[in-house]
Design a protein around this ligand. Structure first.
Ligand code: AP5
Ligand code: MG
Length: 216
């Protein structure tokens, strides 16, 4: 029996931070559509070039391209027991495609924790975020500072600030979230899968509540 978890929530609410923690305690692979796009950008692939043109503006990458990328990733052997999806699906079209895709693997979406926080909290978190260049480990200059500024505690790589964390792009990402992704809250609530978690709490408390939702 596979377990597929969809982590839902606005930009900067802590999806990636929590996914790293949950992936460790569940053993499920953490699949972040944003990280996959950033990996493609780093490797200068055609997909990366296309994705970058949308990401820099705070817009969503087209559904067909995104669904194809996730299909490839979920088809790999490490996802046989399930996966922890972070940032996908982000539109109703993607959510419907995910249902069909998981049905092909004999699975379904089992849990949708929805992490929520105010817009002011999101902006503060994104403006203080530092991300590791090699594996995307996530820090915050105030809430989760690295031991040495600018250096990843976990693998010693340099930390950088994401291009799309500039103030004007953050504003657009939040608008896009409300217009295109927030409808998934009702979509998954109607299916009895949604559990809302207060993302304004400290990282450790959010993790405890998430693990409780997952029955861990
Ligand atoms: P993506 O990389 O997914 O970005 P996002 O959804 O905007 O979310 P973020 O990664 O910015 O935030 P997060 O929720 O992961 O928060 P984090 O844990 O880092 O997508 C980027 C772009 O790619 C999109 O704009 C789009 O263009 C494209 N894309 C991706 N998926 C797509 C899709 N499916 N379809 C189409 N296009 C797609 O935390 C943020 C900060 O807060 C960190 O500094 C962290 O340390 C801190 N923090 C976390 N939790 C707490 C806490 N509880 N208390 C205090 N600080 C905290
Ligand atoms: Mg993230």
């Amino acid at each position: 029996m596979q377990t597929y978890i969809v982590l839902l929530g606005p930009p900067g609410v802590g999806k990636g931070t929590q996914a790293e923690i949950i992936a460790k305690s569940t053993g499920l692979p953490h699949i972040s559509s944003g990280d996959l796009f950033r990996e493609n950008i780093k490797n200068a692939t055609n997909l990366g070039k296309l994705a970058q043109s949308f990401m820099n503006k705070g817009e969503l990458v087209p559904d067909d391209v995104t669904i194809g990328m996730i299909r490839d990733r979920l088809s790999r052997p490490d996802c046989r027991a399930g996966a922890l999806l972070d940032g996908f699906p982000r539109t109703t079209v993607q959510a419907e495609a995910l249902e069909k895709l998981l049905a092909e693997f004999g699975g379904t979406v089992n849990y949708v924790p929805y992490i929520a926080a105010s817009e002011a909290t999101l902006v503060e978190r994104l403006s203080g975020r530092w991300t590791c260049k090699s594996q995307g480990h996530i820090f915050h200059e105030k809430y989760n500072p690295p031991k040495t500024p600018g250096v990843c505690d976990l693998d010693g790589s340099d930390l950088y600030q994401r291009d799309d964390d500039k103030a004007e792009t953050v504003t657009r990402r939040i608008q896009v979230y409300f217009a295109q992704t927030a409808p998934l809250i009702a979509y998954y609530r109607e299916r009895g899968l949604l559990s809302e978690i207060d993302g304004a709490q400290p990282i450790e408390q959010v993790s405890l509540e998430l693990l409780a939702v997952l029955g861990k």
